[in-house]
Write a protein that binds this ligand. Structure first.
Ligand code: ATP
Length: 297
């Protein structure tokens, strides 16, 4: 049974807004990403997971428990970082974090201090007067230090600078190594590419694709770009029957897409050609998603 199981979830806000017949399943120990443009339905989905919203149709179960009906019990397994952070009260970061750890019944203050230091977070500051980045860091420290089985995070790196984002990614890897299950939405393709096992792409309230990141990382079909010194070579190469694309006659450049098993054959052929350069075009997750969105239009 999946650890997080969403089946046919629908929340219809009218005028085509909301989420519609959405299903997804997250296995224990997975890092699962959730990507989509503004208004696609990420927060609405996450709020159902936390039991803050009641579905019009469908169900969300977490570790076999209904996220709406058993919301209090589900929260025992889950640490949550909301998309918009507004801390209640007027306490210092330290008092807030200690309260959260106490309330969760789990976690460890020493770990909280360690993570706060890594994030260069001043926990003596008042939570009300904290900047956006400080609030985000405080929420992250609270979630990570509470040692929950599941982390559900709505755009957790918003407001973090690139250095802090790298620290966040390293912490997330540590959590995965401990066997934690992580569900996070993000706009930042690069961070999803680096850490996720799978990524669901949401558009207009519907999941349009689920990408297994291994297919991107270990893609056996690669694209190479090359430029020829002479038109004769360029023209001759074009006649060899390779899978070519992005042919730029005026620059004598082209891309070739080829499976790893055929690379030796290509190298042998290229010995007969005079090249200006030959380089691999790395397949990025961003390019992959952009292609999917183009195909969907
Ligand atoms: N309470 C509500 N009442 C009416 N419409 C809503 C409500 N909450 C969300 N919506 C609409 O539902 C759609 C999905 O919103 P949601 O906040 O889930 O998207 P999102 O993918 O999280 O977007 P963002 O990246 O901007 O946070 C949007 O069109 C939004 O305007």
């Amino acid at each position: 049974m999946p650890y997080i199981d969403i089946k046919h979830l629908t929340k219809d806000y009218g005028n085509g807004r909301g989420i519609f017949d959405m299903s997804l399943a997250v296995e224990k120990g997975e890092i699962y990403g959730f990507v989509g443009i503004n208004g696609a339905g990420k927060t609405t989905t996450i709020r159902h997971m936390m039991g803050f919203l009641t579905p019009d149709e469908g169900t969300v179960t977490i570790n076999g428990l209904d996220a709406t009906k058993s919301s209090a019990e589900v929260k025992r397994y889950v640490s949550y970082i909301p998309g918009e952070i507004n801390f209640p009260g007027n306490s210092t970061g330290e008092d807030f974090l200690k309260d959260q750890l106490y309330l969760s019944g789990r976690g460890d203050w020493t770990h909280a201090v360690k993570i706060s230091d890594q994030f260069q977070l001043d926990v003596t500051a008042n939570v009300r007067s904290m900047s956006k980045g400080m609030k985000q860091k405080t929420a992250i420290v609270s979630a990570f230090a509470s040692d929950a089985d599941i982390l559900i995070m709505d755009e957790p790196t918003t407001g973090l600078d690139p250095l802090m984002r790298d620290i966040f990614i390293e912490l997330l890897k540590d959590e995965k190594a401990k066997g934690k299950t992580i569900f996070m939405s993000s706009h930042i393709f690069q961070e999803l590419e680096e850490i996720c096992d799978r990524v669901a792409i949401i558009r207009d309230g519907t999941i349009i694709d689920v990408i297994d990141m291994r297919d991107i990382r270990y893609n056996k079909t690669k694209t190479y770009k090359m430029e020829f010194k002479s038109f004769e070579d360029f023209d001759h190469f074009r006649s060899l029957g390779y899978n070519l694309n992005r042919i730029k006659l005026e620059d004598l450049q082209l891309n070739i897409t080829i499976h790893d098993k055929d690379i030796n054959h290509l190298i042998q052929d290229l010995k007969h050609f005079d090249l200006v350069y030959f380089k691999e075009i790395k397949a990025t997750f961003e390019a992959y998603i952009t292609q999917i969105f183009k195909e969907e239009k």
